[in-house]
Design a protein around this ligand. Sequence first.
Ligand code: AMP
Length: 598
Amino acid sequence: MYQRSIDDPAGFWSEIAEEFYWEQRWNPDEVCSENLDVTKGPIKIEWFKGGRTNICYNAVDRNVESGNGDKIAMYWEGNEPSQDGKLTYSELLDKVCQLANYLKSVGVGKGDAVVIYLPMLMELPIAMLACARIGAVHSVVFAGFSADALAQRIVDCKPKAVITCNAVKRGLKLIPLKDIVDTSLVESAKNGVNVGICLTYENQSALNKVDTQWKPGRDVWWQDVVPNFPTKCDVEWVDAEDPLFLLYTSGSTGKPKGVLHTTGGYMVYSATTFKHAFDYKPGDVYWCTADCGWITGHSYVTYGPLLNGASVLIFEGAPNYPDPGRSWDIVDKYGVTIFYTAPTLIRSLMRDGTEYVDRYSRKSLRVLGSVGEPINPTAWRWFYDVVGDSRCPISDTWWQTETGGFMITPLPGAWPQKPGSATFPFFGVQPAIVDEKGRELEGECSGYLCIKKSWPGAFRTLYGDKDRYETTYFKPFAGYYFSGDGCSRDKDGYHWLTGRVDDVINVSGHRIGTAEVESALVSHPKCAEAAVVAIDHEVKGQGIYAFVTLVDGVSYSDDLRKSLIMTVRSQVHLLDDVWSNNLITNCHFLFLTTYNFP
Ligand code: AMP
């Protein structure tokens, strides 16, 4: 399939796209038109031009119409283990339609932005789908962002409405989301953006109406209005290249970038990557721990799984509440078969020991997944051996907000795994590792990770800032999409992501990936988490500074510091003979290494 996707991308992706419903088919000779070379004119990426479809229709109605209306679309587990809920595909369709009708009634239409600032309630994907149904552009803001960050995004995309809830409880902590929205709306108004509607869901598990500040006219309780609307709502058919959502992500400098994804290509790509990278089967119960505030929650909580008719688990709470066994309790409770999470969570659970994992059966698990950062081999092994009982393949999926879906990922069971390697490109993806002059490197090599050809899920622009889009992603290496990540390829062709290249530390002219040093540190049995940054060094240019959190119960000592450094020296093998022991301890859990090039 990979070979075919490269030899005949138009034929390959057309066949897959035909599995979805299109109100109007795309122009057969315009499956993909692209220019990724800034020297040849403006950057352009278009897929399925001329096609008209709707992603909400394909993710929800299509499943109901094909006889799966009674299948569970979503399970929901609240902050407290006693709180749960579920929705079938038919019930989901009703709820999406009611909200879509409400949004239309307050004047939200095709092309209008809607900001969603909600925790992981079922209402979050419902809100995304309702926007998509009527052609509105959703912009989900992670409900852990401050009022300032929210205001910045509101000012940029000027939404017609904001959808939020009164509050959320994460573990024992109560977060008054509506108050945060209120502050951000005051801030937005000062910048000339007045939002007319603030639809507020009453989250039963948190506060009640009485405690919530209210601005009559603007603020509306979801429960007071939405259930009164009809459960049927016509679909707005949109062009394949019409915007689906905006998702803000941080750049290395400046204001957040509004990554814009369009409808047709994103739909085909998120569904296909989900299906193959997790070896999805219709009986699976799938749990992705990501929040919908991130791209993972867009492509692999909401769209990818629902487009496949999957049963998705949504968890509102915290993985260490009421204790660090919560994740495995949930796995057993729902019979989760595919579990997709992040290395940082794996490491934090590792820190609490295997006892919490061993308490639960986890027999239902079949495929594991990891995303967000390079997974260090120690965490990979723990995930594989302890969580998956050495029988579940791990899909270490490398991708980005900008890519819309997986780019480099194992296909479970298809080839031997190497702990810490994201393995090979997904169908249609042509990676290139280039040197600093943009020359493509062959065979075993290390350099900057670029992509040579467009893929259907690629973002189309940065909202309102085409210049920044071209400058950040296409100008560094003409002819390529530049990911901003470093990568090496081993002799067997496996890809090893080394982290952001802006996270690379240059010590005496030698590049050291912070991820490389962090991975070495966290492989030490007494180290739970590590973060490495560069510091200025008058002789060597940059030195390495490591922040280290130790495993519970271990105390910091000079001997431990030395032992940690020796671990780094032994693992960052290139530097083995040149690491210095010249260390300064600044305070508890912090140490400074300097690099002593001979
Ligand atoms: P985001 O756009 O926030 O999803 O972040 C994307 C960045 O996360 C990538 O550029 C990588 O640096 C990192 N990343 C995501 N997944 C992986 C992975 N499986 N392996 C290595 N790095 C990853």
